[in-house]
Design a protein around this ligand. Structure first.
Ligand SMILES: [Zn+2]
Ligand SMILES: [Zn+2]
Length: 352
C-alpha cells in the first residue's frame, strides 16, 4: 500500500498498527483496517509519534483502561489524507499535530469556563480513541494543531505532549526565576530551553546516580544538576515534578522558598509519603496539572515558533514500539523516543 500522503484510502485498505490487547502485555504488531473519516474527523497519515510516559502508564495498567484492544500514542505528527463531511478547518495535504486531548463535551461547567482540560466527558488520544502507534489514525479536526514549519515531524512529535503539558505546568509555576525540574526526560529537556530563553535558572534533579541525565541537563544549560534527594545550592521559586514518584513531593517542597509552588505534572504518581506540615507552611503551594486545553496548544506553539527548541530524539521503527517503551521506562535515552512507521524510515529520517 502506498504510504505517501495525498491519496484517499480505499475503505478496505489495511495498515500496520501496534495494538494493546491487555495491560501488562507487550504491544502486538497487527494489520488492521485503515479507519474511515466520518463527521468532524480527519484521516491522518502518521509521519511520527512520540512515546510519552503516559503511554507506559496505560500499557502497564497503572491507569484504568477505557477500551481494549487499543492503539496507543498521543504525540502524533502527520498529513491529512481524507476529511469527514463536517470538517471545515482542515483539508487534504495539511500537516497537523494530534495531542492527548481528543474531544470534550463542550457544555459542562469546565468547558464553559476555559477548563476543558477538566471536562467530565473528555476523550483522549491513544486511550479512548486509537492513537498514533500506527500508519494512519483518525482525529477530530477541531482538536488538531497547526505546527510551526521550523520543526520536522520527528522533532515536532515530542512537543505535542512533553512540550505542551510541560509548558502548562510551567505556566502554573508563577513566573519563577529559579525553577527546579524533577525527572529530566522528554518534558524537562524541552521546558529547560523555553525557561532559559525567558532568563529563568534551571535546576535539574535526576535519579541518584544518573550522572548521564545530569550531564545532559548541564549541556542544555541547567545551572545545576544533581540527585533528587540533594538540596540545590539556592532556594527555588518553583519546582515541577515530571517523574512519577510521590516521594519527590516533600523533597521539592523542602527545596522551595516560602510562597513557592510545586507542580505535579504527571498523570500518575506513586503514593506521596507523609511529611511535616512545616514543608507546606509559609504559603507554599502544591498542585497538579491535568491534560491540556486547545488554548494551551495555541500559546505553546506560538512560543515554539519564536524560541527554537531542539528536541533530542531517538527514532524507533513503529514495529519496535515495545523497545521504545522499555527505553522510556528505564530512562535509557536522553530526550524523547519517537516512533516512525517502518515504511517511512527510508525517507531520510535519522537519529540525533
Ligand atoms: Zn465538558
Ligand atoms: Zn503524554
Amino acid at each position: 500500500m502506498p504510504l505517501a500522503g495525498g491519496e484517499v484510502m480505499a475503505e478496505q485498505a489495511s495498515m500496520l498498527a501496534m495494538v494493546l490487547d491487555a495491560p501488562g502485555v507487550a504491544l502486538r504488531a497487527a494489520r488492521i483496517p485503515v479507519p474511515v473519516a466520518g463527521g468532524t474527523d480527519v484521516l491522518i497519515a502518521v509521519h511520527a509519534c512520540g512515546v510519552c510516559r503516559t503511554d507506559l502508564h496505560i500499557v502497564d495498567g497503572e491507569l484504568a483502561w477505557h477500551r481494549l484492544p487499543m492503539v496507543p500514542g498521543h504525540e502524533i505528527v502527520g498529513t491529512v489524507v481524507a476529511v469527514g463531511p463536517d470538517v471545515h478547518r482542515l483539508g487534504v495535504g495539511q500537516r497537523v499535530g494530534v495531542p492527548w486531548l481528543a474531544g470534550t463535551c463542550g457544555h459542562c461547567r469546565f468547558c464553559d469556563n476555559g477548563h476543558e482540560n477538566l471536562c467530565d466527558g473528555a476523550v483522549f488520544t491513544g486511550y479512548d480513541r486509537d492513537g498514533g502507534y500506527a500508519e494512519y489514525t483518525l482525529a477530530d479536526a477541531r482538536y488538531c494543531f497547526a505546527l510551526p514549519d521550523r520543526y520536522d515531524a520527528i522533532h515536532a512529535a515530542p512537543l505535542l505532549c512533553a512540550g505542551l503539558i510541560g509548558y502548562r505546568a510551567y505556566a502554573m509555576a508563577g513566573g519563577p526565576r529559579r525553577l527546579g525540574l524533577y525527572g529530566f526526560g522528554a518534558a524537562a529537556h524541552i521546558l529547560t530551553q523555553i525557561a532559559l530563553a525567558q532568563e529563568c535558572e534551571v535546576y535539574a534533579f535526576t535519579r541518584p546516580g544518573d550522572e548521564r541525565s545530569q550531564e545532559f541537563a548541564r549541556a542544555l544549560g541547567a545551572c545545576w544538576a544533581g540527585p533528587s534527594d540533594a538540596r540545590p545550592p539556592a532556594e527555588l521559586d518553583a519546582a515541577i515534578i515530571f517523574a512519577p514518584d510521590g516521594a519527590l513531593v516533600p523533597l521539592a517542597l523542602a527545596a522551595c522558598r516560602k510562597g513557592g509552588t510545586v507542580v505535579c505534572a504527571g498523570i500518575h504518581m506513586r503514593d506521596i509519603p507523609g511529611f511535616p506540615y512545616a514543608l507546606l507552611w509559609g504559603e507554599r503551594c502544591l498542585r497538579s496539572v491535568a491534560n491540556l486545553t486547545r488554548a494551551d496548544g495555541e500559546h505553546f506553539f506560538a512560543v515554539a515558533s519564536s524560541v527554537p527548541i531542539h528536541t533530542s530524539t531517538v527514532v524507533f521503527p513503529l514495529t519496535r514500539a515495545n523497545e521504545a517503551l522499555e527505553a522510556v521506562r528505564t530512562g535509557g535515552i536522553d530526550g524523547a523516543a519517537v516512533l516512525v512507521p517502518d515504511a517511512r524510515l527510508g525517507d531520510g529520517v535519522r537519529e540525533e
